[in-house]
Design a protein around this ligand. Structure first.
Ligand code: 13P
Length: 249
């Protein structure tokens, strides 16, 4: 049985003060939620405040990115060790916005995934196709390229520690969610890649989250799919009440 994970990716939203206000409202709403792991990924500057607010609760904090070196002359970058020290247990790697706007490649995703594991963080590795790729019947080829490029270099022990988020780019921030069936089909394909690369058991144990316009009113349908092990939520994770409704699907 794979334990569900509901993760919020705040992107470049919320100051420290807004983060504290969020947790004040959010904590009581999820106090008795025991059916899933809950993760919040604030921007770097609010990680400390979030970690402090979540201390003693079951909510885990994530970074939204990291650099693969542990330290050095890399202006503007943050290492896995720094995230872990700041209170992160997870880190998002290879988000499509990083691929689209900041030059992230399959190779850098691989390096960052390895670095996250070395820092004892759980990487949430993002994959997903563009609209033109889906319309050109390239979805599986793109997912395979992203999976191979980033993940085949991992050892089986390393692979057992990662999560994958399937986020079709055409569904991110567009209000256009993949149907539960479309998402499940992609998840099944990714799980098959994992089983072929590693073992059948590793494929079965892999937790795959869906991301892209997840809202309180569509989470139930998504989670009803056996293939969907959780959600990576953008916009709807910014509001304590709507994120709590998603957590408590
Ligand atoms: P939205 O939920 O705002 O579509 O964002 C999804 C996402 O990119 C999460 O990482």
């Amino acid at each position: 049985m794979r334990r569900p994970v509901i993760a919020g990716n705040w992107k470049m939203y919320k100051t420290r003060a807004e983060t504290l206000a969020f947790f004040r409202d959010f904590l009581p709403l999820v106090e008795s939620s025991r059916h899933c792991d809950i993760v919040v990924a604030p921007p770097f500057t609010a990680i400390g405040a979030a970690a402090e607010a979540a201390r003693g609760t079951k909510i885990a904090i994530a970074g939204q990115d990291l650099y693969w070196q542990t330290e050095g002359a890399f202006t503007g970058e943050v290492s896995g060790k720094m995230l872990a020290e700041s209170g992160c247990a997870y880190v998002i790697v290879g988000h499509s916005e990083r691929r689209q706007y900041f030059g992230e490649t399959d190779e850098s995703v691989q390096r960052k995934t390895k670095a996250a594991l070395e820092a004892k963080l759980t990487p949430i590795v993002c994959v997903g196709e563009l609209l033109a790729e889906r319309e050109g019947n390239q979805t599986e080829a793109v997912l395979k390229r992203q999976f191979d490029g980033a993940l085949t270099a991992l050892t089986p022990a390393e692979f057992s520690r990662i999560l994958i988020a399937y986020e079709p780019v055409w569904a991110i921030g567009t209000g256009r969610t993949a149907t539960p069936e479309i998402a499940a089909e992609a998840h099944r394909f990714i799980r098959g890649l994992a089983a072929a690369q590693f073992t059948h058991e590793q494929g079965s144990a892999l937790r795959i989250l869906y991301g892209g316009s997840v809202k309180p009113d569509n989470i139930k349908g998504l989670m009803a799919q056996a293939e969907i092990d959780g959600a990576l939520v953008g916009g709807a994770s910014l509001d304590a009440k709507s994120f709590a409704e998603i957590v408590n699907y």
